[in-house]
Design a protein. Structure first.
Length: 402
């Protein structure tokens, strides 16, 4: 650029060419705005861009004829005024959260979504929700789509905790941070983890059963092997069961995983186990869905109600089975507490504030992740009214069919 004469590339006196150049420069500033907007330090990056562009534009305008100079200058200022006015309003719009669910087919996840959205909206946020229905490629595509739509943070319930690391890596490239909800996303630079103490849930399930039946034949039905939580539940269960197994008090007849947490998978595994041994004392089912499949297999052999069965999630059908006596217990996870904690944390992340509730640390295989862990509760016939009903999770009428 030459300050003593015409700027480089604008040595023509043709007003049409100079007009085109001016519009191109205007577009350059607008483009610089969008690029700067994606950065964490929006003001700093944008100011640098605008100073450079305005300096260049002032030289172009100076070299126009007086009449053209005034006309184009006014037009230029008008365009920028309208543009920045619009974007000023846009910058004042609500914080946007992307909530990526693994599924919404189960009652439990519908509760999570509803609690999260209600709290986030009460905090002044907008929430975009999508579910991938167990498809990793779809979940990755949904994350990319939400980033394109300008979400400020992603809250992800991963289908596969390892594959979902791609979501984290891609989001970080675009300046979007990621919170893993309920299930850990492994082997990546995850920003935050919000869940329950999942190993403790497995311990609770096994403790309840061995306290009722410290001797006998047990069947273990785990969840999806691609779900990190399923592995943690199993670790917790075995931590309690192993001493009884080593002493010979408990014999494991079958130890299987239910792909994608499908009840039919659990039913199939229990049916196969019953062909080998019908004298079953207890079934350690990792959630209420697998418990329902296990109980269906027991029912076919007229063993429902005669075998102890654990569960998790306090689904309505499971609570009804607990009262009926075909399922022994469920682990009630106060989903509203977790969902609301995640919504508050998401807004704190957007505002670059300290997430005050993240007082725990959980490793995801690559590094220690700041974590919010909510305490679960064992529920059976004796405390159904004091927990699930009292919290309004299900009504007394629904559970007891009154």
């Amino acid at each position: 650029m030459v300050f003593g004469g015409d700027p480089v590339g604008i040595r023509t006196q043709d007003p049409n060419i100079k007009s085109v150049m001016l519009y191109q420069l205007s577009y350059g500033i607008i483009n610089a705005f969008f690029k700067a907007e994606r950065k964490d330090n929006f003001a700093g990056h944008f100011c640098k861009s605008i100073i450079k562009s305005v300096s260049f534009c002032s030289i172009v305008i100076f070299h126009l004829s007086n009449s053209m100079r005034k006309t184009h200058l006014l037009l230029f200022i008008l365009c920028l005024s309208v543009f920045f006015s619009c974007n000023y309003q846009q910058k004042k719009s609500k914080p946007r959260i992307g909530l990526l669910m693994e599924t919404l087919k189960e009652e439990r996840w519908q509760h999570d979504r509803d609690f999260f959205v209600a709290k986030a909206e009460a905090l002044g946020c907008e929430v975009l929700v999508q579910a991938c229905n167990g498809n990793d490629e779809v979940q990755i595509a949904q994350a990319e789509n939400m980033i394109t739509q300008g979400v400020d943070v992603l809250v992800v319930v991963p289908h596969n905790g390892k594959i979902a690391s791609t979501i984290v890596d891609n989001a970080h490239k675009h300046g979007v941070r990621v919170i893993a909800y309920d299930r850990m996303i492994r082997d990546c630079d995850l920003d935050l983890y919000v869940s329950f103490d999942n190993e403790r849930i497995g311990e609770m399930q096994a403790e309840y059963l061995v306290n009722k039946a410290p001797r006998g034949n047990y069947i273990l039905i785990g969840g999806s092997p691609t779900d990190n939580n399923a592995l943690l539940y199993h670790e917790g269960q075995m931590k309690i069961l192993q001493p009884y197994i080593d002493s010979g008090f408990i014999k494991i007849i079958a130890n299987q995983w239910a792909a994608d947490w499908q009840p039919m998978e659990a039913m199939k595994h229990v049916e196969n186990a019953l062909t080998k041994e019908k004298n079953i004392t207890a079934i350690v089912a990792s959630n209420d869905g697998t418990a329902s499949g296990a109980i269906q297999a027991l029912h076919e052999q007229q063993l429902d109600g005669k075998v102890l069965v654990s569960g998790q999630d306090a689904e309505l059908s499971a609570c009804q089975r607990v009262i009926a006596g075909t399922q022994s217990m469920t682990v009630y996870k106060p989903l509203q507490l977790m969902a609301e904690a995640a919504a508050v944390a998401a807004l704190q992340v957007i505002r670059n504030e300290v997430v005050s509730a993240a007082v725990k640390i959980v490793s995801n295989g690559k590094r220690d992740i700041p974590s919010i862990l909510i305490d679960p509760i064992v529920v059976d016939k004796t405390n159904m009214m004091q927990t699930v009903v009292k919290d309004g999770y299900h009504s007394e009428k629904e559970i007891y069919n009154k």
